[in-house]
Design a protein around this ligand. Structure first.
Ligand SMILES: Cc1cc2nc3c(=O)[nH]c(=O)nc-3n(C[C@H](O)[C@H](O)[C@H](O)COP(=O)(O)OP(=O)(O)OC[C@H]3O[C@@H](n4cnc5c(N)ncnc54)[C@H](O)[C@@H]3O)c2cc1C
Length: 288
């Protein structure tokens, strides 16, 4: 195995583009090293991204958005008060990943690029309207997070491309978000269903919303129908019922040892309803 330590994303992309065998990037390593130890993956080239300047930084942009380095671990996100104030749902998704030990290494970029449909940080990023900068041998492009996953264990990144930054839009006024997941125990399990809602209010009325559902399809679903069910409403009972129905109609899960298809569909509706209520209360400043 060749272990590379590039000091720029351009160099990382050139190494990745030239690789002919199995290639992995190393961010926190909490997926990749576990897979290597289990013999699931034996990379011919392992590109450690942590030597690239800026990868461990969180920066607020002049417009109020956020740039997050690809090696920032969950624990650092959770300790960043201003980021948590703006995007509590994004951070709570990432902070559900693993244990304290895992939080010390695991990153948003790794969670996204590992390609799990149950990845806990991905619905929150999608609901937030986050984008990633993707750098390849011929330059960089900006990609909405929902376009990155391609199916279990796969992404739409082309050969030689690497995620070089995560961008969250400005939260602005009267906005709130939330991520909830269902697992059969209280900690350290994979989401049976996950749901994130981000919304903005004008007075009591929802004027913008994005709803993302995890673990109920090969990739996280951004549901326009679920968002439409609550936009223009004050999240009254009728809106919550419509949201529940829309989320359930959108879910296309499989049955496995963690839950049946029918159970997952039921839970998708329950979590959408609960996450929307929390996001709404956060937008009103009633809860953190
Ligand atoms: C005990 C344990 C518990 C866990 N619990 C959870 C959980 O509750 N929820 C959950 O969602 N996950 C969980 N995970 C999985 C894992 O911790 C997360 O997916 C984590 O966010 C991965 O981030 P990382 O930085 O460690 O990724 P890495 O292992 O470094 O990389 C993961 C994958 O992403 C690719 N990659 C990394 N960075 C980039 C980049 N910048 N550009 C392109 N590709 C890249 C790598 O090639 C690799 O395929 C758990 C893992 C363990 C070991």
């Amino acid at each position: 195995m060749r272990y590379h330590t590039p000091t720029s994303f351009a160099d990382a992309a050139v190494i990745a583009a030239a690789a002919t065998g199995t290639l992995r990037f190393l961010a926190g390593g909490t997926d990749v090293l576990v897979q290597m130890r289990a013999g699931v993956v034996q990379p011919d080239d392992l590109i450690d991204l942590k030597h690239i300047p800026g990868v461990d930084e969180i920066e607020q942009t002049p417009d109020g958005g956020w740039k997050i380095g690809i090696a920032v671990p969950g624990i650092v996100l959770g300790a960043h008060d201003a980021l948590v104030r703006d995007w509590p749902g994004v951070v709570e998704g990432m902070n559900l990943v693993g244990s304290t030990q895992v939080q010390g290494r695991a990153t948003l970029a790794g969670n996204l690029c590992n390609g799990s449909p149950a990845a806990d940080s991905v619905p929150g990023l999608i609901a937030a309207g986050a984008t990633v900068t993707v750098t390849g041998p011929n330059g960089s492009r900006e990609v909405p997070v929902e376009q990155v996953p391609a199916g279990p264990g796969r992404t739409n990144l082309a050969k030689g491309e690497v995620v070089s930054r995560i961008t969250l839009p400005p939260r602005g006024k009267n906005g709130g978000d939330c991520y909830l997941r269902f697992i059969p125990r209280t900690e350290m399990d994979i989401a049976v269903v996950g749901c994130a809602v981000s919304l903005r209010l004008d007075g009591d009325r929802i004027v913008e919303a994005r709803v993302a559902l995890g673990a109920v399809a090969p990739t996280v679903i951004l549901s326009d129908a679920a968002a439409k069910a609550i936009i223009g409403t004050t999240l009254d009972d009728a809106a919550l019922a419509a949201l529940t129905k829309a989320a359930q109609a959108e879910a296309k899960p499989i049955s496995d040892k963690r839950g049946t298809k029918e159970f997952r569909i039921e839970v998708a509706g329950v979590l959408a309803r609960r996450a929307a209520k929390i996001a709404y209360d956060r937008a009103k400043g009633l809860t953190k």
